[in-house]
Design a protein around this ligand. Structure first.
Ligand code: FES
Ligand SMILES: [Fe+2]
Length: 383
């Protein structure tokens, strides 16, 4: 799991006037809104006696711990300790980590890391979200699988002919073609042609959209920021489908996908139910495969899986991920696990970096040193 990326924590509409608990990168976090309605994200662990802040309440724009009522503001500072009275000088170390939080596309995005603002990657663009030509539905899905495996599955077109009957026939798998791949350090996109079967359903209307084995343009992409998979399917010039899936690592072997699916046709609400049903069928078909894949985690040593020419787009994602691991941004899950139940770590927040003189109650989460990452990968491959 990688720090220093944006991840989607929750749908905006879910966060109202009570704190909400979320788990990301194996850490418990609390979301809450201040008096102005701005969303904040803090470590969920109270530095007093370990209370879970998300079990508390929002008071005066702060979140109050349910145990002894200490109140934390959106920057993670303790503002009030009820047992000590209003005149009490709050101790210097009385704060928890607070993470940059933005609301975009109906979702709450949290930057889990300590990079200063100018060094943070962008939240991925999603212009179709507000474009009236597109009609959106949203859904979510929880995978018992590592996020990197989920992303690879999302951008892998070769599996579609085998796993998803709606996308192709096994006997024409060899006809599918990658036309082009474009990538930079943090993003990739690929243009492909596939020959899927005729569409079915919706009073027989859909079968007029796509004939059997009609060449169909499919454009998968990924953004490391938000662990987003974006797939556009152009059924014809006017009829397009788009998936925008934010794949949040809940912990090492659990991933929560915040999915938005858009279409440029059948835009009436009455077609939403069918869209959601088809979306869930695809998720279910994928889950059957990736929840059983071994190892559970993407091998760090890429030589431990054999890639072919048709995997080159997926390999570009592997390389992008590898580069972030080499920056030392991977959580050392082996060490964290050793302390399970005995010690809580904090993902470092930007304040730790901008104010190195500050003292903190909670220790920073251990990260894999770049030189050690391959050795760990080998350990993973052997375990
Ligand atoms: S544990 Fe949170 S106030 Fe005591
Ligand atoms: Fe799939």
């Amino acid at each position: 799991m990688l720090i220093n990326l944006w991840y989607v924590a929750e749908w905006s509409k879910t966060l109202k006037d009570e704190p909400v608990k979320v788990k990301m990168l194996g850490q418990n976090l609390v979301l809450f809104r201040d008096d102005a309605g701005k969303a904040h994200c803090l470590s969920d662990v109270c530095i007093h006696r370990g209370g879970s802040l998300s079990g508390g309440r929002c008071i005066d724009g702060n979140v109050a711990c349910p145990y002894h009522g200490w109140q934390f503001n959106g920057e993670g500072q303790v503002k009030y300790i009820p047992s000590e009275g209003r005149d009490f000088k709050i101790p210097d170390r009385a704060r928890v980590d607070a993470y940059p939080t933005e609301e975009r596309y109906g979702m709450i995005w949290v930057f889990l890391g300590d990079l200063p603002e100018e060094e943070r990657p962008e939240i991925p663009p999603f212009p179709e979200y507000t474009d009236p030509n597109w009609k959106a539905i949203t859904d979510e899905w929880i995978w018992k699988a590592e996020a990197a495996r989920v992303i690879e599955n999302g951008i892998d077109l070769a599996h579609a002919s085998f796993v998803h009957p709606v996308f192709g026939y096994p006997d024409t798998a060899g006809d599918n073609e990658i036309l082009k791949v474009e990538k930079d350090d943090m993003n990739g996109m690929s243009w492909n042609v596939q020959y899927p079967p005729q569409l079915k359903g919706e009073l027989g209307l859909r079968r007029f959209i796509r004939k059997d084995r009609q060449p169909t343009e499919t454009i998968p992409g990924y953004h490391m920021s938000g662990y987003v998979v974006r797939i556009q399917i152009n059924l014809n010039e006017k009829m397009n489908l788009l998936m925008f899936d934010c794949n949040t690592p809940v912990d090492e072997h659990t991933t929560k996908t915040f999915a938005t699916q858009l279409r440029t046709f059948f835009k009436q609400d009455m077609f939403d139910k069918g869209s959601r049903k088809r979306l869930r069928k695809v998720f279910r078909e994928d889950a059957e495969i990736i929840e059983r894949a071994s190892p559970n985690y993407l091998p760090e040593n890429l030589a431990n899986e054999l890639s072919v020419q048709d995997d080159r787009f997926m390999s570009s994602f592997r390389s992008a991920r590898r580069r972030l691991i080499e920056k030392g941004w991977q959580i050392d899950s082996y060490t964290v696990k050793q302390y399970e139940g005995r010690k809580v770590f904090a993902i470092p927040s930007p304040l730790r970096r901008t104010h190195p003189d500050l003292k903190w109650v909670m220790e920073e989460i251990p990260l894999v040193q770049p030189a050690a990452s391959l050795a760990i990968g080998e350990r993973e491959a052997l375990s």
